[in-house]
Design a protein around this ligand. Structure first.
Ligand code: AMP
Length: 265
């Protein structure tokens, strides 16, 4: 699902047709679930905190390829009480995953600007952007979770008071992304003005939630996938957009952990 709204004349230059990205969602579902999911996606587009969509596009595709079954990343939260503290934690996590300061700065810049539909693919040293459409980014798609894994995940997240669709959808996405051996780390800050928890995800650290990474009411947000220099980006995009991946196993979900504990200090 892809929902957008025409920018008001105040928000776009005269005569231009700028669109504001309101919401996007995708998943792998059984045919019998289509009606329920379409209803849920339409409601999301019409009741989104970023505003009411005036255009909603829904694409339904029959996927013949058998999905690859993977595990979720382990989940934990690093307590942060302000955007500055959160950014400091994110920088430390990404630096210790081998991402340069330059690449991190570029990610934060595009997140501050916001309004991308997908993620930027950024090289870890020079901070080059590899995605072909820089305004749109690349959307990870064809991802889902089995019924039994969803039950287990919901129960594990409930123990920490974070059993929400937002957390589950982001965790499914981050788990697919990090399963690509070419993506070293992911940074996400939601563009939802009501949702102020971001995350860093890597295979080694897992899915680390960073509360208060932005102030409530801010519509800034975005995603960055960090890769090695000289990567064949078509292969990565093909995996993200087209390879069906389903969560079949759930890794441990912890509560609050310390940054030093994560970094092994
Ligand atoms: P959200 O977490 O849904 O608020 O999304 C935050 C930002 O992540 C969006 O503004 C997009 O730039 C990006 N994004 C959302 N969904 C995807 C996706 N499926 N694949 C890649 N990037 C995404």
């Amino acid at each position: 699902m892809r929902a957008s709204k025409a920018a008001s004349s105040r928000q776009s230059a005269a005569g231009s047709q700028r669109k504001i990205h309101i919401s996007g969602a995708e998943g792998l579902y059984k045919a019998s679930e289509i009606q329920k999911i379409v209803k849920r996606y339409v409601e999301r587009a019409l009741k989104h905190p970023k505003g009411k969509a005036d255009k909603i596009l829904i694409t339904i595709e029959n996927i013949k390829q058998k999905p690859k079954s993977i595990s979720t990343l382990p989940v934990a939260t690093i307590n942060c009480s302000s955007p500055a503290e959160g950014k400091n934690v994110i920088v430390k996590l990404l630096r210790s995953s081998g991402i340069s300061k330059k690449a991190i700065d570029i990610a934060f810049e595009l997140i501050k600007k916001g309004n991308m539909r997908g993620a930027a693919i950024i090289t870890k040293e020079k901070g080059n952007r590899l995605e072909p459409d820089k305004k749109r980014g690349v959307r990870a798609s064809r991802l889902g979770i089995s019924e039994s894994a969803l039950k287990v995940l919901s129960s594990k997240l409930s123990k920490h008071g974070i059993n929400t669709d937002t957390v589950k959808e982001a965790l499914i996405l981050a788990s697919k992304v990090s399963f690509s051996r070419h993506i070293l780390a992911e940074l996400c800050i939601s563009d939802d003005p009501d949702y102020t928890t971001g995350y860093v995800a890597t295979e080694k650290f897992g899915y680390l939630r960073i509360p208060n990474i932005k102030h409530k009411g801010s519509k800034s947000g975005g995603r960055a996938f960090f890769v090695r220099e000289g990567m064949e980006v078509e292969g990565i995009i093909n995996y993200l957009e087209r390879m069906p991946v389903i969560i079949g196993k759930v890794a441990p979900c912890k509560g609050i952990v310390s940054l030093d504990g994560i970094l092994g200090k």
